[in-house]
Write a protein that binds this ligand. Structure first.
Ligand code: SF4
Length: 95
């Protein structure tokens, strides 16, 4: 089942730690040494660049990978939200 959701990467917060890359391969290292979203596949509905953030909307079954990347980011630079209004990002990690 596919889900439409948005990944927001705050490049101002990103510190180039790259914990996200191993959780979701859509996160890649940009030439400036920070993370970026490689949104080149067909599941991308839209992509835009806000002032300091990169926002990409996907419609696929990979929201869990995106959430894992968001949880792994030590500086909370990644947020994932469903386009149905729900936000699921910086949830507490109780594990
Ligand atoms: S884990 Fe966070 S800080 Fe590290 S590269 Fe990814 S977005 Fe940037």
């Amino acid at each position: 089942m596919t889900t439409e959701y948005e990944i927001r990467l705050d490049r101002e917060r990103c510190d180039g730690i790259f914990a996200c890359l191993v959780r979701d391969d859509r996160f890649v290292e940009a030439t400036d040494g920070l993370a970026t979203i490689e949104a080149s596949d067909d599941s991308v509905a839209s992509e835009r660049t806000a002032e300091t953030a990169l926002v990409a909307t996907f419609d696929d079954d990979r929201i869990d990978a995106a959430r894992q990347a968001a949880r792994a980011c030590p500086v909370d630079a990644i947020s994932v939200s469903g386009t149905d209004g729900g936000t699921d990002t910086t949830e507490a990690d109780d594990e």
